[in-house]
Ligand binder design. Structure first.
Ligand code: TYM
Length: 332
């Protein structure tokens, strides 16, 4: 690999990503390939921290892999793989678990949220989820981790774990930096704009899926919750409009001032329609490319097999050094 900074990021295999996943993370993954060495993975091992239907998980993992490619990740430029194919993640996870405190994991807001949502299955994997995420990143000694704001706390923990390991065993891990964009790092629900947009929302109108067709996207935006005044401007308290402006801005590249003047004197209906159309048109090529790639299972298989080989080769070097550092006996 060339001598550039290393980027690592991952995404859960929900099959089709939300507009939040896309704007907050995935749409940047393609352009980053030109500036950095990039490693991206579909985190199927994280996915099983909540109950999954095995048939659907397999399908969703394949779809997520193809969708990342459709969104611009090029397996020739990046290492793109499926987490469970690369055993070093699980191996390093164990060591990092032994360097992570119960108290630290208990404070994770995502753990608290998910254990409230699934009170009948608060399993140990859900609890140690951030340690596996730290292993994903540290197995490559990544410098930068592009994510949305909701992952910031997990990343801070990953840095703390790395720092603790370095103190105990001597400097080894790079401390990964979060790479969070200013606009669009938290796309909100279209129905409750104080809440993050998420696929787990029960109201299907709250969330745009990037494989939704044009009519569905426009319909969901038309139903977006706004406020009772009629001015299209970015201001505190106008959560719904702020969210729509953020989405429109990230998709069209226009700044807030330009959007305000474009829609001066126009109504919310016009604005919602414009946002819907811009998003649907922007995502059209992603949908087309996804359909093309999904039909070519052989090619996908070749890509994820090669991706896993490269990821294993890279991370094995690092993880075997970690094994030595903690005092494990060399096997050969
Ligand atoms: P996941 O699969 O929930 O989300 C993938 C990426 O999408 C971002 N995101 C959002 N950004 C803006 N607005 C939203 N509404 C929104 N919803 C999601 C997330 O911040 C994330 O960047 N634990 C991770 C996956 C992971 C990972 C890693 C990430 C596993 N190992 C190592 C980075 C590095 C997760 O569940 O993301």
């Amino acid at each position: 690999m060339e001598d550039k900074k290393l980027i690592f990021s991952g995404i859960q295999p929900t099959g089709t990503f939300t507009l939040g996943n896309y704007i907050g993370a995935v749409r940047n993954w393609g352009p980053l390939q030109d500036q950095y060495n990039c490693i991206y993975c579909v985190v199927d091992m994280h996915a099983i921290t909540v109950r999954q239907d095995p048939v659907k998980l397999r399908q969703n993992t394949m779809n997520s892999y193809a969708l990342l490619m459709a969104c611009g990740v090029d397996p020739e430029k990046s290492i793109l793989f499926i987490q469970s194919h690369v055993k070093t993640h699980a191996e390093l996870n164990w060591i990092l678990c032994c360097n992570t405190q119960f108290g630290e994991l208990s404070r994770m807001t995502q753990f608290k949220d998910k254990s409230q949502r699934h009170p009948d299955d608060v399993n140990a994997g859900l609890f140690t989820y951030p340690s596996l995420m730290a292993a994903d990143i540290l197995a490559y000694n990544a410098d930068l981790v592009p994510v949305g704001i909701d992952q910031k706390q997990h990343l801070e923990l990953a840095r703390n774990i790395a720092q603790r390991f370095n103190q105990r065993y001597g400097d080894f891990f790079t401390l990964p930096e979060p790479y969070i964009q200013e606009i669009g790092a938290k796309v909100m629900s279209l129905q409750e704009p104080t809440k993050k947009m998420s696929k787990s929302d029960e109201n299907p109108n709250a969330c745009i899926l990037i494989l939704d067709d044009k009519d569905t996207i426009i319909r969901k935006f038309k139903r977006a919750v706004t406020d009772s005044d009629a001015e299209i401007c970015y201001r505190e308290g106008k959560d719904g409009i702020n969210n729509l402006m953020t989405i429109y801005s990230t998709i069209t590249g226009k700044d807030f001032a330009a959007i305000e003047s474009e829609f001066a004197g126009k109504g919310y209906g016009d604005f919602k329609l414009a946002v819907g159309e811009a998003v649907a048109d922007h995502l059209e090529p992603v949908r087309t490319e996804f359909a093309r790639l999904s039909a070519d299972k052989e090619y996908l298989k070749k890509c994820y097999t090669e991706g896993a080989e490269k990821a294993l080769r890279y991370s094995q070097r690092i993880v075997s050094k970690v094994y030595r550092k903690v005092g494990f006996v060399d096997r050969t």
